[in-house]
Design a protein around this ligand. Structure first.
Ligand SMILES: [Zn+2]
Length: 380
């Protein structure tokens, strides 16, 4: 068995090295949707059948929502990543695509082993309409672009915060999300948005236990946010286990550039106090994936959403280090260990519960618009 694995690994590495001159994105600048999708197609052309690109659905404005799958052998369990569900957070797709590129091209033995042992999925741009809008019209856009049917003094209001629209404890948040013109509007009901449904339909086709680890990539603040978002009173059954994994990620990610990630339930740490109806809680609470996290990448507010492109490479390195966790790759192993279920609580006492308090309130921006153009951004 070991020899078979070794041979598989060797042939995979040889295959990758032969194809190592694949054209990639440049991770020295931010790219638009067409450039990211072209890169996906390029990977599929070069690496097929190792790489498959799927269109998992279409946005409100009929743009394809694409996913890449990397699978080197049958029988693997899967690690699933998504990014740019919030249009404004460009670093999320820049870092996730950079990580996938490293996964496919690295000569690091641990990365190559991860490539062999797991099926990898990435939906680089979950919100293609909003993302395109940030590139072409308004850099500060967050939501999708479906009209809400409401208007205010600035005109018709567009968009739902897709990461508040999932049908798990939807609308339970204490943060006011009911205003259809607000940046955090959760939608008129759960699961109303085509982008959310596309992801759910894609994930629903997989067998239970196939996806073992889910990472929703966001910015900013340097957090590893765990379920649940809607409460700071109730914690997931395997919260302690998830906290250890998250802490492992944070420790490894901090080594090179001394970037501090805080870990904990998003109900404790999120800037707005609570979050409900987000992807990670749906994945954990409905799909029973045993490790689900929202990773908030750089920075701590100096540049905020406008993180300069010359930091992409370092953020990508931090993400990769966190995923690798050089000390035996515990993050992945722990999360994907057979038999570990969300209800397999191994320690009823959670020492982390009260350590952190929401601390981002001072960094919430109030954005004012006139005819869809940003006229003012001030700190709340
Ligand atoms: Zn976000």
């Amino acid at each position: 068995m070991f020899i078979v694995r070794l041979l598989l690994l060797k042939s995979l590495i040889a295959f990758i090295l032969v194809n190592a001159n694949v054209v990639g994105l440049e991770w020295t600048q931010y790219h638009n949707l067409d450039e990211i999708y072209e890169w996906l197609s390029e990977l599929e052309r070069k690496f097929s059948p190792l790489v498959t690109v799927y269109t998992i659905g279409y946005s409100y404005e009929n743009r394809p929502i694409k996913a890449i799958k990397i699978s080197s052998r049958p029988g693997n369990q899967a690690i699933f990543m998504e990014s740019n569900i919030h249009a404004i957070e460009w670093i999320s797709s820049a870092a996730s695509t950079c990580f996938v590129n490293k996964l496919l091209h690295s000569d690091d033995k641990t990365l190559q082993d991860l490539l062999l042992r797991y099926d990898w999925f990435l939906v680089p741009v979950m919100n293609p309409d909003g993302f395109t809008y940030t590139h072409e019209i308004n850099r500060w856009w967050r939501k999708n672009r479906k009209p809400t049917g409401f208007s205010n003094e600035t005109g018709p209001c567009y968009g739902t915060d897709l990461n508040r629209n999932f049908n798990y404890e939807w609308k339970r948040s204490g943060f006011p999300l009911n205003d259809p013109c607000d940046h955090w509007y959760h939608g008129s009901g759960p699961d109303t948005e085509p982008e959310v449904l596309a992801l759910q339909n894609f994930i629903n086709q997989f067998e239970d236990d196939y996806i073992r680890l889910y990472l929703a990539m966001h910015a900013y603040g340097n957090f590893v946010l765990l379920p649940y978002g809607h409460t700071s009173e109730v914690f997931p059954p395997n919260y302690d286990q998830m906290m250890r994994i998250a802490q492992g990620f944070a420790d490894a990610a901090a080594i090179r550039y001394n970037t501090t990630f805080q870990c904990g339930a998003s109900g404790l740490l999120n800037y707005s106090g609570y979050v409900s109806g987000d992807a990670k809680d749906w994945i954990y609470g409905v799909k029973n994936v045993p490790f689900a996290a929202t990773i908030e990448l750089r920075d701590n507010g100096r540049y905020g959403f406008l993180l300069p492109a010359d930091q992409i490479a370092e953020v990508c390195t931090e993400l990769t280090d966190g995923m690798l966790e050089k000390n035996e790759n515990k993050l992945i192993l722990a999360a994907t260990r057979k038999g570990v279920k969300p209800n397999s609580r191994d320690n009823p006492k959670c020492q982390y519960r009260t350590e952190y308090q929401p601390r981002w309130r001072s960094q919430v921006f109030i954005l004012r618009y006139s005819n869809e153009k940003l006229i003012e951004a001030s700190k709340a």
